[in-house]
Design a protein around this ligand. Structure first.
Ligand code: ARG
Length: 459
C-alpha cells in the first residue's frame, strides 16, 4: 500500500486507479528540475531559520545523492510513488530518516509542480533558440549560393513574377526570426516563480519567496498565490508559438515536396535525406518534408488540448493540470526533431537545379508586369498600360508565342511608345534586377539582406 497519504486514509488505492492517477511514468522527466527546486527550497528554509542550517545541509546533500543515484540508474521512480515529487521525497526519507520529513515545510506539490514545469520549459526555450539559429543558418547558406539563381514566384500557385531564389529562401529566415522573438516573449511569462504559494493561499511558515526565486534564476515571483498555482497560460502560449513554428516548417516542406516532383523538378533530393519505394525501383520520396508536414497535426492538437484543459477550470489547482506534461513533452520533442530534420534537409538534403529553374522563368508571361511598367515610364496611366498588355498576352497565347517573340513592329502596333529597349526589359534577369523597392527581389536589395542576415547570424 502506498504510504504517501495522511493517516486519514485507511485502505490502499484500487491498483487500476493507482495507475490511472499516477504521472510518474512521464513526470520523471522533471527530475532534475524537481531536485533543483527542492535544493533551493531547503536552502531557503535554512536561511530563514525554519529549519537549522545543519538540517538544510543534510537535505541538500541527500537531494544531490539522489541526483547521482539517478544518473547511475539506481534511483528510478515507481508506480507506488505516484509522481516525481513523491518519488524524491520517499527516497530522501530512506536516505536521511526523519529530517527528510522537514523538506515539504511551507510548500505544496501544487507550487512545486508549477516551479518544475517552468524551470524545464525555460531551458527548452533557450535551447530552441539555437535550433532555430541553425535552421536560419542552413537557409542563409543556400541563399548565398543562389542570389543570381532565378525561380518563378507564385501567387495562387500561378506563375506571377520571377524571383531571386535567395529572396525566396530569406523569406523563411524572416519567419524563423519571428519564431525566435515569439519564444523570447513567451519566456518572460515562463520566468515567474510560483514557489511558496503553497497549496493555494500562501503559508503561515516564515519563508522567503524571493530567495528561492533568486536561487532558481527566476526574474519575478507571482504576486497572487491563487494565480500562481492556477496559471497554465504559459503552456498555451508556448504551444501556440510551437504551432506557428511548425506551420512555417510545413510551408517550406510543402514547397520542397512539389519542387522535387517531376512536374516541377526545381530540386533534386540527395541520397542523404530521400527514401525509396519498396515496390517501384525508380522512386525517390521526400519522406522528411512529408513527415514534418504530417507532424503539424499533433503539435496543433496539443495546443487545442491545453486550451481545452484549462477552459472552465475553477481556481485554483485541479488534477486536470497533470495533463499538461505529456502535451508539452511531446510538443518539444516533435518540434525539435522536425526543426533538426529540416535543417539537415537544407544543409545536405537537396540541390537546386539551375538549368531547370532558368528555363522555367524564360517560358512564361511573368514579365508582363514589366511591359506595363515600361509604358508607365513612357507616360501612360498604369490601368491603360495594364489593359494593353492584357490584350497582348491574350493574342500571344492564341498564337502560342511568348512576349519575347514579338518584333518591334508588332510592339509598335500596340503602342507607338515601344522602342528597341523593350527587348532587354523582357529578360527575366532584368525583371528581377529592376525590383529595387525596399524589401524587393532586386539583386542589389537581396544582397543587402544577405549581408545583414550574415551579420545577425554571426553576432
Ligand atoms: N502530478 C501532479 C501534476 O502533475 C502534481 C501535483 C499534484 N498536486 C495535487 N494536489 N494532487 O499536476
Amino acid at each position: 500500500m502506498s504510504k504517501v497519504w495522511s493517516n486519514r486514509f485507511e485502505k490502499g488505492l484500487n491498483p487500476v486507479i493507482q495507475r490511472f492517477n499516477a504521472s510518474i511514468e512521464f513526470d520523471i522527466n522533471l527530475l532534475q528540475e524537481d531536485l533543483d527546486g527542492s535544493i533551493a527550497h531547503a536552502n531557503m528554509l535554512g536561511q530563514c531559520g525554519v529549519i537549522t542550517k545543519k538540517e538544510a545541509k543534510q537535505l541538500v546533500d541527500g537531494l544531490e545523492k539522489i541526483r547521482s543515484e539517478a544518473s547511475n540508474g539506481i534511483f528510478k521512480g515507481n508506480l507506488l510513488d505516484e509522481d516525481v515529487h513523491f518519488a524524491v521525497e520517499r527516497r530522501l526519507i530512506e536516505l536521511l530518516g526523519s529530517v527528510a520529513k522537514k523538506l515539504h515545510t511551507g510548500r505544496s506539490r501544487n507550487d512545486q509542480v508549477g516551479t518544475d514545469l517552468r524551470l524545464w520549459l525555460r531551458r527548452q526555450i533557450d535551447e530552441f533558440d539555437s535550433y532555430l539559429k541553425r535552421f536560419q543558418s542552413a537557409l542563409l547558406n543556400q541563399a548565398e549560393e543562389h542570389l543570381h539563381t532565378l525561380i518563378p514566384g507564385y501567387t495562387h500557385l500561378q506563375r506571377a513574377q520571377p524571383l531571386s531564389l535567395a529572396h525566396h529562401l530569406l523569406a523563411y529566415v524572416e519567419m524563423s526570426q519571428r519564431d525566435r522573438e515569439r519564444l523570447k516573449d513567451v519566456r518572460k511569462r515562463v520566468d515567474i516563480c510560483p514557489l511558496g504559494a503553497a497549496a493555494l493561499a500562501g503559508t503561515s511558515i516564515p519563508i522567503d519567496r524571493r530567495q528561492t526565486a533568486k536561487i532558481l534564476g527566476f526574474s519575478k515571483i507571482y504576486a497572487n498565490s491563487l494565480d500562481a498555482v492556477s496559471d497554465r497560460d504559459f503552456t498555451v502560449e508556448f504551444a501556440a508559438a510551437m504551432s506557428l513554428l511548425m506551420a512555417h516548417l510545413s510551408r517550406l516542406a510543402e514547397e520542397v515536396i512539389f519542387w522535387a516532383s517531376e512536374e516541377f523538378a526545381f530540386v533534386r533530393l540527395t541520397d542523404r535525406c530521400a527514401t525509396g519505394s519498396s515496390l517501384m525501383p525508380q522512386k525517390k520520396n521526400p519522406d522528411v518534408p512529408e513527415l514534418v508536414r504530417g507532424k503539424c497535426g499533433r503539435v496543433f492538437g496539443h495546443l487545442q488540448g491545453l486550451l481545452t484543459m484549462i477552459k472552465g477550470l475553477p481556481l485554483s489547482y485541479n488534477k486536470d493540470f497533470q495533463e499538461d506534461k505529456e502535451a508539452l513533452f511531446d510538443t518539444v520533442l516533435t518540434v525539435r526533431n522536425s526543426l533538426e530534420a529540416m535543417s539537415i534537409l537544407m544543409e545536405e538534403g537537396l540541390e537546386f537545379c539551375p538549368e531547370r529553374l532558368a528555363s522555367a522563368v524564360k517560358t512564361d508571361f511573368s514579365n508582363a508586369t514589366d511591359v506595363a511598367d515600361y509604358l508607365v515610364a513612357k507616360g501612360l496611366p498604369f490601368r491603360e498600360a495594364y489593359q494593353k498588355v492584357g490584350q497582348l498576352v491574350k493574342e500571344s497565347l492564341e498564337k502560342g508565342i511568348l512576349l519575347r517573340d514579338l518584333t518591334l513592329e508588332q510592339w509598335r502596333e500596340i503602342d507607338s511608345a515601344f522602342d528597341e529597349d523593350i527587348f532587354a526589359k523582357l529578360a527575366p534577369e532584368q525583371v528581377v534586377a529592376s525590383r529595387l523597392s525596399e524589401g524587393g527581389t532586386g539583386f542589389d536589395r537581396v544582397q543587402e539582406q544577405l549581408l545583414e542576415w550574415r551579420r545577425r547570424i554571426e553576432a
